[in-house]
Ligand binder design. Structure first.
Ligand code: GLU
Length: 379
């Protein structure tokens, strides 16, 4: 289950260290003034096919729908003048984009699978798990998922808006080991790349305020919506999820070879080794309730145990089985997030009671814990 850790860019190409890789391709790489950059994409697809041949599963997150559609519809500002323009452009461009990926992957005997996701698909647990199941099934069946945001229906409030963060969240959902963001910059520079003496950082351990200060929010091409700020946000999501993330320049004939073979780019090392699911749990999700626990249970959780009903001293909120709840220690601090095996009224009924009593109280065979340690993340 646990692969050797990723420590350097070439590790992203190693199926033993990174059995599943997400490759995000920025708009400026896919589209230029003359239309889709077909020859370049054919080169990348050949590299993806080679990775598959080595036994590595690859998920593609592809931008370019808005840029392609804007050309076809004759919309100005690359289709980004208004939300309505972007939505219309994406609806047109996505067909061409998927067609191109399907055709080029098909040339290597690979089957492309299109997934269009919105933010809510990955924030809502059930939908997140649905996306996980679909991705896993597709990969196991040998397909190459090609993912984009569903820009035509996602409104401002429910949009990622950039495929950098989408790629990091997809990597979480798919349990990928790493994300490679291919863009039109070499990586993260220690100051604005135009300033004299600017150096590209090969390795970043932890996204500190100093690292954030290095990022400029300006997108190099003006074609995508990313820029370094959204790449850093993606790196933060990945870091917390225990996923490595790399930024590399895709403007070369064999971008995977340059980034991963020659090791040119910036690698952000994962901070914790949580599984992707635990990172989802520990991170940005709305909690439905709280379980207060006693000191003994708090110690047991700290030692890696599940949360048993006997240690629960109070239940608040209304939640169903499977909902995310916070675990609060005797001093009122939030110790953990977990997915409850029981709904809130069942939790209240068995709180403080030994497991042997649960069957009698609930009227059915009890589960082994209220929060199983596999569904629990300590904060
Ligand atoms: N989803 C957008 C598109 O396909 C790209 C978003 C981005 O620029 O990152 O055009």
């Amino acid at each position: 289950m646990s692969a050797p850790a990723i420590q350097a860019l070439p590790d992203l190409a190693d199926p033993a260290r990174c059995p599943r890789l997400v490759v995000k391709v920025g708009s400026a790489l896919l589209v230029d003034g003359a239309g889709p950059r077909r020859e370049w994409l054919a080169g990348l697809v050949a590299e993806i096919a080679a990775a598959r041949g080595r036994g590595q599963q690859v998920i593609v997150v592809s931008s370019g729908a808005i840029a392609l559609g804007a050309r076809r519809l004759g919309l100005d500002k690359g289709g980004r003048g208004s939300l309505a323009d972007a939505q219309a452009a994406a609806a047109v461009g996505q067909i061409a984009l998927s067609g191109l990926w399907a055709e080029l992957l098909g040339g290597h005997g690979l089957t492309a699978a299109q997934l269009l996701l919105t933010l809510e698909d990955l924030e809502d647990r059930r939908r997140y798990l649905n996306a996980t199941a679909t991705l896993t099934r597709l990969l196991d069946a040998g397909a190459v998922p090609v993912i984009n945001e569903n820009d035509s229906v996602a409104t401002q409030e429910i949009r990622f808006g950039d495929n950098d963060r989408l790629a990091a969240r997809v990597a979480q959902a798919a349990g990928a080991g790493a994300v490679l963001l291919l863009s039109d910059v070499d990586g993260l520079y220690d100051r604005h790349p135009d300033e004299p003496g600017a150096t590209c950082l090969p390795l970043v351990r932890g996204i500190t305020p100093e690292v954030r200060a290095m990022a400029s929010s300006k997108s190099g091409s003006g074609m995508g919506s990313g820029g370094m700020a959204s790449k850093l946000q993606a790196a933060e999501i990945a870091e917390l999820a225990g996923i490595a993330l790399a930024i590399a320049n895709g403007h070369v004939a064999a971008p995977l070879g340059r980034a991963l073979g020659e090791g040119v780019g910036t690698l952000f090392l994962p901070r914790r080794r949580h599984g992707a699911r635990k990172a989802w749990l520990g991170g940005r999700l709305r909690l439905k309730g709280q379980l207060a626990i006693d000191a003994g249970a708090a110690r047991a959780l700290g030692a890696g145990a599940s949360l048993l009903a006997a240690g629960i001293t109070g239940v608040s909120g209304r939640f169903s089985r499977g909902d995310a709840v916070a675990v609060v220690g005797p001093d009122g601090s939030v110790l953990a997030h977990g997915l409850s095996e029981y709904d809130s009224s069942e939790c209240a009924a068995i709180a403080g009671r030994q497991s042997s009593d649960h069957g009698g109280i609930l009227g059915y065979a009890p589960r082994s814990a209220v929060l199983h340690r596999d569904q629990l993340v300590l904060l």
